[in-house]
Write a protein that binds this ligand. Structure first.
Ligand code: GLN
Length: 561
């Protein structure tokens, strides 16, 4: 007798699952879309989290060059993750964790290690069902904790990529296994505008939907990236050919700031449509008051400051994504526009440093690894230290400030970090003790949140407004405490330390208008609702610098008149 398994009652999931796929091209902003949708649902009272499934084989992006993959975002629990998780946190103001980012590599690593244990009892281990079962387990995991009403899963890559197929197959199975209104698929796509024909073209979208359907997955909502507004006619055509409701064709027009996207999506009734399709009550009106205030200030700055970002990956904005975003948040907190001036550290030298940095109101020296561009960072720091320009060093930026101080103030010729010069006579930055025995590169740095105690009365303590903080880390090297007395006597003090290990976390020069370096990554914790106090402080210091320089110029003009 033939049994129709589909007539069995399907279990209703604890949480609702929304999947976000992308078609036509990469870089359509799936992460921003997922974060915006999550923001809208959160604003209507739902507990939402977002996770990203990446199709590549690396176990995590920690070993990837920033040129390949942009910044590596570190979570509280020390996971090295995709930069989209940064968007999720900045939009939602809720921390993510290791569980929020899964790669094909991680899934295979787990399945293969189970196979080695003999867990599959002699079975042939295959993509279906073993890999897909493991993907499924991870896709459903956060929804089963009871902490969330809605889990949004962003699938990395573009529909049609071979490597993402097991993810799509898993989504198909999840949809088949759960109640119809427990899952939803939003397909993000591109509608190119052909100038010569003066027309928006729908064919690539139709093809990408067809491709999805061939994998057994039917999108519920079509989110259309477009330069031009969509006419009713076009929406109707898309709905008809892509098999979605008229109201489920969502226009996603290009906007000038990512922070506008949730509001644009709201105008398209995205949240209402999603709630209706998921059978979730939509009676609670959306509260985006703070978000709107943020946007209003962002659009109406009272002043502008120019802040240099000295780094070696500056060609690629994504390499310093969280720093750029933290500047936007801190700018709004100060009601100013922060104009970030990228400066390539490899090309800074004694001759050109004044020309490159002299007109800036503050300088941030970026994190990094390896030798390239380090001397330029050190030269930049000497210049800002000697000229009273506000300085903020992050991770390698702090380490370079320490090296600069050792060389030029303490007279330790060739002082260095043992990362760049293992034979330096003055290893002022040295590898952490527990790092020395580690051979593997992936996931082995000092990662994630650690406590830090700030010295009361320090610049750091005054900016944070407390002496007890916790910040996220990603490094192997540290300030060498053997040199502490010499540094402190010469005017560079350790104003923050880890209370358990004594590791230096913050250093500053109290005699300078604003000179602070941190071993951790404050940019990772800056959100729209909670701009980071150190960035806020730097922007304020930049504004003061601007006024001071203007005052000096004015004085000079008056004198020469
Ligand atoms: N390369 C340095 C270290 O490992 C700094 C790391 C960083 O800037 N994230 O300590």
């Amino acid at each position: 007798m033939q049994r129709d398994v589909r007539t069995f009652a399907k279990p209703s999931a604890m949480a609702k699952y929304i999947f976000v796929t992308g078609g036509v091209t990469s870089s359509l902003g799936k992460g921003i879309f997922a974060a915006s949708l999550a923001k809208l649902l959160q604003s209507r009272g739902y507990r939402v989290t977002i996770q990203k499934f990446d199709p590549y084989i690396n176990v995590d992006p920690g070993t990837l060059n920033p040129y390949e993959h942009g910044e590596c975002y570190v979570t509280e629990d020390g996971a090295e993750t995709d930069l989209d998780l940064g968007h999720y946190e900045r939009f939602l103001n809720v921390p993510t964790s290791q569980a929020n980012n899964v790669t094909t590599g991680r899934v295979y690593q787990y399945v293969i290690s189970k196979e080695r244990e003999g867990a599959y009892l002699g079975k042939t281990v295959q993509v279906i069902p073993h890999i897909t079962d493991e993907i499924k387990r991870r896709m459903l995991l956060l929804g089963e904790t009871g902490e969330y009403d809605i889990v949004i899963t962003e699938i990395g890559g573009t529909i049609g990529d071979i490597e993402a197929q097991p993810f799509i197959e898993t989504v198909r199975q999840i949809r088949w296994e759960l109640e119809e209104h427990d899952t939803l698929i939003c397909h993000l796509t591109l509608l190119p505008y052909l100038k010569s024909a003066k027309e928006i073209k729908t064919k690539p979208t139709q093809h990408s939907v067809k491709e999805l359907q061939a994998l057994g997955v039917m999108p519920d909502i079509l989110v259309c990236r477009t330069e031009m507004p969509l006419s009713d006619e076009l929406r109707k055509k898309l709905a008809l050919f892509c098999n979605v409701e008229r109201g489920s064709v969502i226009q996603a027009l290009d906007v000038d700031t990512i922070y506008e996207v949730p509001l644009e999506m709201q105008k398209e009734n995205l949240d209402t449509t999603v709630l209706r399709k998921l059978h979730l009550p939509g009676d609670k009106p959306s509260d985006l008051t703070k978000w709107n205030e943020f946007l209003h200030t962002l659009r109406n700055p009272r002043d502008t400051v120019r802040i240099g970002l000295v780094g070696k990956y500056i060609e690629l904005q994504d390499a310093y994504k969280s720093i750029h975003e933290a500047f936007i948040h801190a700018g709004v907190a100060n009601q100013v526009k922060v104009q970030v001036e990228p400066i390539h550290s490899e090309y800074i030298d004694e001759e050109n440093v004044a020309e490159k940095l002299g007109q800036l109101h503050a300088v941030l020296v970026a994190p990094g690894f390896g030798h390239r561009g380090v001397e330029g960072k050190i030269t930049a720091i000497r210049y800002v230290r000697e000229n009273g320009i506000p300085f903020f060093g992050i991770c390698l930026g702090l380490q370079c400030a320490v090296i600069e101080f050792a060389r030029n103030v303490l007279g330790m010729k060739n002082a260095h970090s043992t990362e760049m010069d293992p034979d330096t006579p003055h290893p002022v930055i040295d590898m952490m003790e527990e790092q020395k025995k580690i051979v593997n590169k992936g996931g082995t740095m000092r990662l994630g949140a650690y406590r830090c105690e700030l010295q009361s009365g320090s610049l750091a303590a005054s900016l944070y407004g407390t002496t007890q903080i916790s910040e996220r880390h990603r490094h192997r090297y540290e300030f060498n405490n053997r040199y502490m007395t010499q540094f402190e006597e010469a005017g560079m003090t350790a104003s923050g330390r880890n209370p358990d290990s004594g590791l230096v976390e913050v250093m500053e020069i109290p005699a300078h208008p604003f000179f602070i370096g941190v071993q951790y990554h404050p940019e990772l914790k800056s959100t729209v609702e909670n701009p980071h106090p150190l960035f806020v402080g730097l922007v304020r210091a930049a504004l003061e610098r601007k006024k001071k320089v203007a005052g000096i110029d004015l004085l000079a003009t008056v004198r020469s008149a």
